[in-house]
Design a protein. Structure first.
Length: 239
């Protein structure tokens, strides 16, 4: 294709717009007044289509990706983060470009403003970039007043689990264990569940400290792969 641009990507989105898909989207994203996604604009494009377009536009330059992030169309911003993740993962992507993508993710986090956008790039871009670098930025994000930055802090640590680097996963879970938002409860519980598949005693030690006070959904996520008897025991402590 010719040089991939934000304008061309948005035109491709409109070419795939569906009113039927738009009606479905309302079931998954809370965009009403007072909800976490209030004011977010969807046009009705299947996420599978968005990801396929991101693959087609994977060579997009960072300035065009940023222009795509500027769009008020949710699917455009999802496409931007998906392009970042796919481009970061390419073997031919240079270290300089990977750093540029990670810095773009951080610098324009104001446009990564819903749970799916965070989940598309937090570990595949930011977390992957931090595997062999100082990770203090994640602790700054975990202390943020911004819900999406806190979710990024936790979800980015997914990149550290495969190489069995659990220290930051558990430390950030400790910081967020009493968070007020259910979207943080779910991601913390999910990370604990994943760590437990590799180092269960470490997660059980965490649960010994927090099971009686941590949010119930966080606890349920964390113990999802435990036996029925073990789940009943941990939930009984919460009760």
């Amino acid at each position: 294709m010719t040089t991939p641009t934000a304008v061309a990507f948005i035109a491709a989105l409109w070419a795939n717009q569906s009113d039927a898909e738009l009606a479905k989207i309302g079931r998954y994203f809370k965009t009403g007044a007072g909800d976490y996604g209030a004011g977010d604009r969807f046009i009705g494009v299947r996420m599978g289509t968005v990801f396929a377009l991101a693959k087609d536009f994977v060579g997009m330059e960072p300035d065009e990706i940023e222009a795509l992030l500027e769009s008020d169309i949710h699917e455009a911003r999802a496409g931007a983060v998906s392009i970042m993740a796919k481009q970061f993962a390419l073997k031919k992507t240079t270290a300089e470009r990977r750093e540029a993508l990670a810095q773009l993710y951080l610098r324009r986090h104001d446009r990564i403003n819903n749970w799916d956008l965070v989940d598309l790039g937090a570990h595949q871009v930011l977390g992957a970039w931090l595997r062999d670098r100082d990770r203090s930025v994640l602790y700054d994000l975990a202390r943020s007043d911004n819900l999406w930055e806190r979710r990024t802090a936790m979800f980015a640590t997914m990149a550290f689990i495969k190489p069995r680097q659990f220290d930051d996963v558990m430390a950030i879970a400790e910081m967020l264990v009493s968070d007020a938002h259910d979207l943080i409860h779910k991601v913390v519980g999910g990370m604990l569940r994943t760590v437990a598949m590799h180092d269960r005693p470490r997660v059980e030690a965490f649960l010994e400290r927090h099971a009686t006070s941590m949010p119930r959904v966080m606890l349920r996520y964390a113990i999802e792969h435990f036996s029925p008897e073990e789940r009943a025991d941990w939930l009984g402590r919460k009760a």
